[in-house]
Design a protein around this ligand. Sequence first.
Ligand code: FES
Length: 162
Amino acid sequence: MNEAASKDKRRKLVDATMRRYGHSQYALIETLHSVQEVYGFLDDENLKYVSDALRVPLSKIYGVATFYHFFTLKPQGDHTAVLCTGTACYIKGVPAILSAIRNNFSVEAGETREDGKLSLLTARCIGSCGLSPAIVLDGEIAGQITPEIVVDRIGRMIQNDA
Ligand code: FES
């Protein structure tokens, strides 16, 4: 699945949250939760999107995002892996995939590797349950992954800019 298509599916989940709360300004926290659940973190592009959709100033959104400790702003790593830990993915082998990433790349979920090359995050459902288990690598969804596939893909992703 290319980056645009995967972004679109996740965006739809965010849109559904905004609709559910009537696009009112009170929808902000729920919408930010939704962004984090499907993207793993709050990135500039999505914050701008939410700002426009809910007509809330971007400065206020950053204020909310940085005030609450459960929100994670865009990670600092050169590359980002967001592993889906939602139910559909979880029952198809996420624990083994998570261990493989941690062991092979020395990075914990929610953290960035010491050399800054990789940030590992988790999401609660990235809207691609039919492809479970799934991961988003630098914005692109990879489905039906195994520990071996993920280690190979992340290894190549990191090496590419060596
Ligand atoms: S639970 Fe993983 S994509 Fe839905």
